[in-house]
Design a binder for this molecule. Structure first.
Ligand code: GTP
Ligand code: SPV
Ligand code: MN
Length: 588
């Protein structure tokens, strides 16, 4: 029975059912009873495996199709009327063509299946920051993941009333055919259609599709920002709290930074880090003229490989209850999970992500490099009390960062807001397993939003510039790079918890309590000002990753000039000016 009398919801559900022809429609109410029954059903069909309920209470395991393990950027489309509005970076399709194509693909594809109707809120229901979505799907896995990642329940219908608007999401696994896989966004209709995938970012439509691609369009119209950013809070020994947001591309360290545990001597002094969010930030201007950020999600869809007791104990703890694991390996000895980097020595025998027997001698990875955990935020020991704040948290700093073996120093600060927008716009990063395609290829990923901006990238830069004009007390903008390599390909900076030392410098810059060196690219720390207590790295090595090589940056500037060309006249003049300044600084 329908759980709402909102006529737009009823219309959307009817249309979806008429198209896909499910045997049955189930209205998800968010209750534990209903979710428990769905888990039971999924275990019965083999869609999910129940893990060791003593060691991992409430945890389940799922394998996706072998050809369906990551986001598919080249099959992800922005479907707005005018091609130019999608810009040169997005894939574009004419909306009527895209609707027709998807309808053809999905027609009758839920025959013999159930269609679930999921009411969910991105953000706390009823907060001025929040927005409601309805996703219909033929996947129990999607229902259960959405129930962790978002706020699912009938209160969404109460909030919508009879006439309220929402973001429509239609998902159908169809045949999981990679040739017919499409992730379509219709920003002019607040609609998302996803067909032929059953993996993460392609199908959990509240996440990248809504909270970034559609929301970035809404934010532009309504004067706020939807960003691919973690949000964290640092508590000082005196009890004061300072918040930062950071945009790193996929699989470049957001979850790890968001949950970091500071080095021992920081803890002893009384410093604490708390996580507000690990992937997405919705940011608005507060009455005080500062930027305020909320995390619209309710869980973590995190990269499993590399997560361990040392690198990220908080994330690991979050995965110990109520978590769904996707494409990791199973340890048949005790029906628990394993992935590369969880322990130093792998168990003798595993079942790998493909379902095959595996031993350390197998010569392949046991877990897929983009295997993930879907963990409830509430299970994270360092979750910030501000996680549930309707107003969000005020930002002292915004940090950009990528995966760069060379050139980009450990940290630098922009000269002002507009220069900070420039710093974000010129981000490049080596590709990772989070999307299909080659790994380790350097590409431009402005503000870590290349795959996620729902409109023309130059207009998106313009929105940042326009926001800057309205923010009376803007956060300071920085860039970090944890991934500088030595000549043997080893990471030079220890990273993880030790990134606290860089956050410390950043917050001191915000407070105006530490000096910096002005360079061609912005303000860079004096090596002596980055805390090294307890680290084996020498001041000289630290100097080497703080060094701004003007010849390299000159070449980088030339390359950026070429990159910017595709934006033509739509590129904000402020960015062109910053590029000219960079070029001049490198020539001097
Ligand atoms: P998405 O969920 O895809 O958006 O990724 P993310 O940005 O949250 O990345 P995550 O924190 O999951 O880290 C991805 C990979 O980078 C993992 O393999 C980590 O071990 C590695 N990583 C994270 N932080 C650091 C760091 O400070 N130094 C080094 N060397 N590696 C890191
Ligand atoms: C990312 O790729 O940035 C992710 C994972 O956070 S996904 O939800 O698949 O997009
Ligand atoms: Mn992400």
């Amino acid at each position: 029975m329908a759980l709402t009398n909102n006529r737009k919801v009823l219309e959307f559900v009817n249309e979806s059912a008429e198209l896909a022809c499910p045997d049955e429609i189930v209205w998800i109410d968010g209750s534990e009873e209903q979710l428990a029954a769905l888990r039971e059903q999924a275990v019965g069909t083999g869609e999910m495996i129940r893990l060791n309920q003593t060691k991992l209470p409430g945890c389940y395991y799922h394998r996706t199709a072998q050809n369906d393990v990551a986001r598919v950027e080249d099959r992800t489309f922005i479907c707005c009327k005018n091609k130019e509005d999608a810009g040169p970076i997005n894939y574009w399709m004419d909306p009527s063509e895209a609707y027709a194509l998807c309808r053809e693909i999905a027609r009758g594809k839920m025959k013999g299946r159930t269609m679930y109707v999921i009411p969910y809120s991105m953000g706390i229901v009823g907060s001025p920051f929040s927005k409601i979505g309805i996703e219909v799907t033929d996947s129990i896995y999607v229902v259960l993941n959405m129930a962790i990642m978002t706020r699912v329940g009938t209160e969404c219908y109460d909030y919508l009333g009879e006439d309220g608007d929402f973001i429509k999401g239609f998902h159908c696994k169809c045949d999981v055919d990679p040739e017919k896989r499409y992730i379509m966004h219709f920003p002019e209709d607040n609609t998302i259609i996803s067909v032929n995938s059953a993996y993460g970012g392609n199908v959990l439509l509240g996440k990248k599709c809504f909270a970034l691609r559609i929301a970035s369009c809404l934010g532009r119209k309504e004067g706020w920002m939807a960003e691919h950013m973690l949000i964290l809070g640092v508590t000082y020994p005196d009890g004061s709290k300072h918040y930062l947001a950071a945009a790193f591309p996929s699989a470049c360290g957001k979850t790890n930074l968001a949950m970091l545990i500071p080095p021992k001597h920081y803890l002893e002094k009384g410093y604490r880090v708390e996580c507000v969010g690990d992937d997405i930030a919705w940011i608005r201007i507060g009455a005080d003229g500062r930027l305020w950020a909320v995390n619209p999600e309710n869980g973590f869809f995190g990269v499993a490989p590399g997560t361990n007791e040392k690198s990220n104990p908080n994330a690991l703890a979050a995965t110990r209850q109520g978590t769904i694991f996707t494409n990791v390996a199973i340890d048949p000895a005790d029906n628990t999970v394993w992935w590369e980097g969880l322990t130093k020595n792998p168990p003798e025998k595993l079942i790998d992500w493909l379902g095959n027997p595996w031993t350390p001698a197998s010569g392949v990875k046991a877990a897929h490099p983009n295997s993930r955990f879907t963990a409830p935020a509430k299970g994270c020991p360092c979750l910030s009390p501000a996680f549930d704040s309707k107003d969000g948290v005020p930002l002292d700093a915004i940090i950009f960062g990528g995966r760069r073996a060379t050139t980009t120093p450990l940290v630098y600060q922009s000269r002002d807001w507009n220069h900070g927008v420039f710093v974000g716009s010129i981000m490049s990063s080596e590709t990772t397993a989070a999307a299909t395609g080659a790994v380790g290829v350097l590409r431009h990923d402005p503000m870590a939003m290349k795959p996620f901006a729902g409109y023309h990238m130059a207009d998106y830069f313009g929105h940042w510039i326009e926001m800057g004009k309205k923010i009376k007390n803007p956060p300071k903008i920085f860039n970090v790079n944890w991934f500088r390599q030595d000549k043997d390909g080893n990471f030079i900076w220890p990273g993880f918890g030790d990134n606290m030392r860089v956050l410390d410098w950043i917050l001191k810059r915000c407070a105006g309590t530490v000096d910096a060196r002005e360079t061609a690219i912005g303000y860079v720390p004096y090596a002596k000002d980055i805390d090294r207590e307890g680290l084996s790295i020498t001041e000289e090595t630290l100097e080497s990753i703080l060094y701004v090589d003007r010849a390299r940056w000159g070449a980088e500037a030339e390359e950026i000039e070429g990159y910017y060309k595709q934006f033509g006249d739509r590129l904000p003049k402020e960015l062109r000016e910053s590029l000219e300044t960079l070029k001049a600084n490198c020539r001097e």
